[in-house]
Design a protein around this ligand. Structure first.
Ligand SMILES: *Cc1c(COP(=O)(O)O)cnc(C)c1O
Length: 472
């Protein structure tokens, strides 16, 4: 006999006990210390799943750019490849091959010139990708500055970007001790101000970052105009030329399909590196990002490390080391599955829904639309000055939250911080019908707020900032 009677009874008991009859479900989940004893897998699954229950549906969260839907086959292959380590190129050479194919395809989408040798890598997201792009700019600047005899210690190097930057650039500047020079947004310039941007540039500038899809509003910086200004500057300042990195976190995987004629990428001479988030309009679950340089000369050698690969060596330039390769495989799945036309159809439909929402909002007569979803499918609005309502956008956000929708209200950046806006990020899984439901709920919420007895707000709206904070 393998077990004593006692043990056998125990085993039988555990197996047959219904999940909600188990000891583990009779007590709160452990918070500070490991439980002494294990819990059966199906019980652990259920208890954790339930612990997450009140977070609502990610698909109704219209504040995030990150994907909330993938096809079951994509999820399946990603789940089946979780154990593959993306950094381990020699153990998983075919996974490495898939990553390289993705880099090639993205380089093609971004018009990397045939006569240059592009280079790129997957990352955890755009934040890591921007960090790499920024580091390349800094090292490149320093190498040149030393060559030109500039005292590189006399001043902090600086980075020029619009005040609508995403927080990863602030991190980059703090981590690498760079002065962040902000080109302010204002009412007339809701993307980078091309009349003033070059005033911020000097010999200590490591580069200019153009944003394809300002996080706050979805607007594109005019990268083509920027390229012309930079070209002119470089003609006049050949010793300290400036180059452009494009932060295409959202636009980099959208514009190539929806506005193929818009020149913002490697078609422009001075755009030397670009990043994007595979988990935004690349349609993969978080976290995957990409960064590419148009030619290897733009990535200083100091930043390239070699790892062994199929008996040879392969350059790597990631900040992270071990992570699962399943996101890379998910990206390759989407590229194969959708093809150019598939991405185009999905994005077109997504944009249609955004424009529908924008039109419906306009019909209320209450809102001024900042972005109508016709470039990136992001709708962004503020209350009209003469709307004459006792409630504000924070109240509206609160009210539609009752139906599960998360549509944050928040202040615009510096200079415009008195403007409170509300934003909907339309993603691939928000169908026309879901858009219709959203607007029905929105109109109902407005009616309810109109009829409600509103308690006056303490302080001004600006002091409420951060209530619905968002960082992506
Ligand atoms: C989302 C975003 C980022 C950060 O991207 P992650 O992929 O979330 O790390 C950077 N820049 C812009 C413009 C963004 O929209």
């Amino acid at each position: 006999m393998l077990y004593s009677k006692d043990d056998q009874d125990k085993l039988k008991d555990r197996y047959l006990t219904p999940i909600f009859g188990t000891e583990a479900s009779d007590e709160p989940l452990p918070k500070y210390k490991l439980r002494k004893d294990p819990v059966e897998p199906e019980v652990a699954y259920r208890l954790i799943k339930d612990d997450l229950l009140d977070e609502g549906s990610a698909r109704l969260n219209l504040s995030t750019f990150c994907q909330t839907y993938m096809e079951p086959e994509a999820t399946k292959i990603m789940a089946e490849t979780l154990e593959k380590n993306a950094i381990d190129k020699s153990e998983y050479p075919q996974t490495t091959e898939l990553e390289n194919r993705c880099v090639n395809m993205i380089a093609d989408l971004w018009h990397a010139p045939d006569d240059e040798k592009f280079l790129g890598t997957s990352t955890v997201g755009s934040s890591e990708a921007c960090m790499l792009g920024g580091m390349a700019m800094k090292f490149r600047w320093r190498n040149n500055a030393i060559k030109q005899g500039l005292d590189v210690k006399a001043k902090k190097p600086n980075l020029v970007i619009s005040s609508g930057y995403q927080v990863c650039w602030e991190k980059f500047c703090v981590y690498w001790d760079i002065e962040m020079r902000l080109v302010p947004l204002d009412e007339q310039h809701m993307s980078m101000n091309m009349d003033t941007v070059m005033d911020f540039v000097d010999e200590y500038t490591i580069g200019i970052v153009g944003i394809m899809g300002i996080t706050y509003t979805g607007k594109f910086d005019d990268i083509k105009a920027l390229d012309t200004l930079v070209e002119d500057y470089n003609q006049k300042n050949p010793k300290f030329p400036i180059y452009i990195h494009v932060d295409g976190a959202s636009g980099g995987m959208f514009a190539p399909f929806i506005e193929p004629d818009l020149e913002w990428d490697f078609r422009l001479k001075n755009v030397v590196s670009i990043n994007t988030s595979g988990h935004k309009y690349g349609l993969v679950y978080p976290g995957i990002g990409w960064v590419l340089w148009r030619d290897e000369k733009w990535l200083p050698k100091e930043l390239i490390f070699s790892v062994s690969y199929l008996g040879g060596s392969l350059p790597t330039m990631a900040i992270n080391f071990s992570r699962s390769a399943s996101q890379i495989i998910g990206q390759y799945y989407n590229f194969l599955r959708y093809g150019y036309e598939g991405y185009k159809k999905i994005h077109e439909r997504t944009r249609d829904v955004a424009m529908y929402i924008s039109k419906e909002l306009e019909k209320t007569g209450l809102f001024e639309i900042y972005n109508d979803g016709s470039n990136l499918p992001i709708v962004c609005w503020k209350m009209k000055k003469d709307a004459n309502k006792e409630w504000n956008l924070y109240d509206l956000a609160d009210r539609i939250r009752m139906k599960g929708w998360q549509v944050p209200a928040y202040p615009l950046p510096e200079n415009l911080q008195d403007d409170i806006i509300q934003r909907v990020v339309v993603r691939a899984d928000l169908s026309e019908q879901l858009g219709v439901l959203l607007m029905e709920d929105m109109n109902r919420a407005i009616k309810e707020l109109d009829e409600a007895h509103i308690l006056p707000h303490g302080g001004d709206q600006v002091n409420n900032k951060g209530v619905y904070g968002f960082t992506h």
